[in-house]
Structures are given as structure tokens and as C-alpha cells.
Design a binder for this molecule. Structure first.
Ligand code: ASN
Ligand code: ZN
Length: 330
């Protein structure tokens, strides 16, 4: 059946008033993006709950007590992620087949996590502690959806060094989607989860300029890093991506101050985030495979840089230097 593209007004938790796809009249169904749908689990933990619907096509009120609000954020985050992959990398949908996934919000109670699940081709969001700050920020949505992209491409095994690369891929494109969204209330940064107050003290979940700022993530590769949690071994690739984009040392971007150290003390010159994104995407989709480790990620990104910019160019050399800065290769 033909479904007209239709948009409504959403009052989100983290991004102000936004436009969301709401056809047919009116459900949270984004017909412009593979008919991606957003469902209300209403604190349940299984099934799909109810597809959000609304008679006047104005959704949420910007507070967590209105159950539509988290739906607006999740639906908007999925749309931004869809648009990013389509507009920047020419990929239509998570699998590249134009088919949308779906989101579920209000999972359980006080659930402080969000997750992608390959088996339902869907992502799920908790409401945070006290059910007061749902995990539905742009970066978290992009992180979870990117797990779907990784599964559909390199399919990096979610343990050991490949697991760290899988996690980092989600953080890298989370930052990329957030920057590309250009939303005034959630400006782009190299932090993960800065909007959802996951630590209760306003600090983000992860930092890409110096991942060890979170107290657990790794800044540099070492033999045995495959034994640490994938959300911490990811730090090495997050740090690589930050330095490749912005360079080592101190820098302020969109009002956020960063200070990125290298393992060897040698400076790294950044090539700009857009080029770094292209290199990581091509490496992920063309060269990485299930068991790619950090050494393999270095090779994959160098191959991608050679394809896109030419071997021996300043851009290619920056990739090698950024890996050296995180103690991968020399
Ligand atoms: N939010 C977490 C993640 O996407 C869930 C997990 O541990 N897989 O990484
Ligand atoms: Zn993840």
C-alpha cells in the first residue's frame, strides 16, 4: 500500500522541538526512512508493546513523565542516523536495503541501558534511574543503530579486540551522527552519552580524546587488551579516531575542550572529521572481517585511506601516525 510521507511535531527530551515521521495518521512510522517505527513498551520487557499513536500529531512535552517524549527522541535519533548513513555514505538503511528497523522505549523500570538486537532488527531503550532520563539521546540512538550496521558488514565478534573495534565503531558513528545532526540543543562532540546523565553527576559515559578519563577505558593498545570489557578496549580506536580527526594536544570544538595525548609523545596532525569518517566507514564495510584485531584495523584503515586519498598522501600518513599515537604499529 502507498503511504504518504507525513511529519508531525515532537517535543523531545534532549533536542527541543523536532520534526518526526508520523504516517499513517498518526503513528510513529517514518515512511521516508524505511517505515522505521517506534513502540511504547510501557515498562514491559518483551514483545513490541504499542505503536505510538496520537490524534493531533503533536507528540510529547519535553518531560519524561509524558510517555511520548522518549518516543520522540528515539524516533528522531533513528531518523538522524538513517539520514547520516544515506547522505554521507550512500547507505540506505542498516543493511543497505532501504528497510527500516524499529525502536522500543520505556523498557522495564529504572533500566540504565539501551541495546541493539540483531534477532528483532530493533533497538531498545531504558528510562534511566528513577525513570527520569531515558537513554534516548542522539548519540545513544546512533550507537545502537550502528551495532546493526556493523553486524550487517564486518560483523566484528563482540569479544576480544574485535569487540573493542565493534564498540568503537558505534561510538565513532555516534559522534559523527551527532555532529551531522547540527541540533542546537545537542551539539556535536567527542563525548558519548553526555545528555543522559548516566553517572548522576553530569559527566558523560565515554571520552574519545582521552578515553581513560572515565576511569576504565584504555588510551593505548597493549598486549592483553583483548581481555578487558569491549566498552573499555574500544578506547584505543575512539582515541585513534579523535586524533585522526582533530589532531593530538589541546583543542576546543563546539565549546568543549579536549586534550589528546599520544603514547610516543609525537604529535598527530588531524585530517578533519569528515575524512576520518569516510576512512572508518570504508575500512568497516570493505576490509574488516569478524576477527579483525587492532593490527588488522590499522591495515584496513590504511587500505581505505589509500583507496580514497592515495598511498603516501598526507592523509594516508596521518592514519599511520594516529595509530602510532595509540601504540598500534609504529
Ligand atoms: N548499551 C550497550 C552497548 O550498546 C549494551 C551492550 O552492552 N551491548 O554497547
Ligand atoms: Zn555498544
Amino acid at each position: 500500500d502507498y503511504e504518504a510521507i507525513k511529519t508531525g511535531i515532537g517535543n523531545s527530551m534532549y533536542t527541543g522541538q523536532v520534526t518526526i515521521g508520523t504516517a499513517p495518521s498518526y503513528t510513529m512510522t517514518d515512511t521516508a526512512r524505511g517505515s522505521h517505527k517506534t513502540y511504547n513498551l510501557n515498562h514491559g520487557t518483551s514483545g513490541t508493546g504499542t505503536l505510538f499513536s496520537d490524534p493531533d500529531d503533536t507528540w510529547g512535552d519535553g518531560t519524561a513523565s509524558n510517555l511520548q517524549t522518549a518516543g520522540v527522541d528515539a524516533h528522531y535519533g533513528a531518523a538522524l542516523t538513517w539520514d547520516y548513513y544515506k547522505n554521507v555514505h550512500g547507505r540506505s538503511g542498516i543493511r543497505g536495503d532501504g528497510v527500516g528497523a524499529y525502536s522500543r522505549v520505556h523498557y522495564g523500570n529504572n533500566y540504565v541501558n539501551a541495546f541493539w538486537d540483531d534477532s528483532c532488527f530493533c533497538m531498545t531503550y531504558g528510562d534511566g534511574s528513577g525513570n527520569t532520563h531515558p537513554l534516548t539521546s542522539i548519540d545513544v540512538a546512533a550507537h545502537e543503530m550502528t551495532h546493526g550496521v556493523t553486524s550487517a558488514t564486518a560483523d566484528l565478534v563482540y569479544s576480544g579486540e574485535s569487540g573493542g573495534l565493534n564498540e568503537a565503531t558505534s561510538d565513532i558513528f555516534a559522534a559523527a551522527v551527532e555532529f551531522n545532526a547540527d541540533n542546537a540543543q545537542d551539539v556535536g562532540d567527542y563525548l558519548v552519552g553526555e545528555k543522559i546523565d548516566i553517572n548522576g553527576d553530569g559527566t558523560p559515559l565515554r571520552y574519545m580524546d582521552k578515553p581513560s578519563k572515565d576511569g576504565a577505558s584504555k588510551d593505548y593498545w597493549y598486549s592483553g587488551v583483548g581481555n578487558v570489557d569491549v566498552h573499555y578496549s574500544s578506547g584505543i580506536a575512539n582515541h585513534f579516531f579523535y586524533m585522526l580527526s582533530e589532531g593530538s594536544g589541546a583543542k576546543t570544538v563546539n565549546g568543549v575542550s579536549y586534550d589528546s595525548p599520544t603514547s610516543d609523545g609525537l604529535p598527530v596532525t588531524g585530517i578533519g572529521r569528515a575524512n576520518a569518517e569516510k576512512i572508518w566507514f570504508r575500512a568497516l564495510t570493505t576490509y574488516m572481517t569478524s576477527n579483525t584485531n587492532y593490527a588488522g584495523a590499522r591495515t584496513a584503515t590504511l587500505q581505505a585511506a589509500a583507496d580514497l586519498f592515495g598511498q603516501g598522501t598526507a592523509t594516508y600518513n596521518a592514519v599511520a601516525n594516529a595509530w602510532a599515537g595509540v601504540n598500534v604499529g609504529s
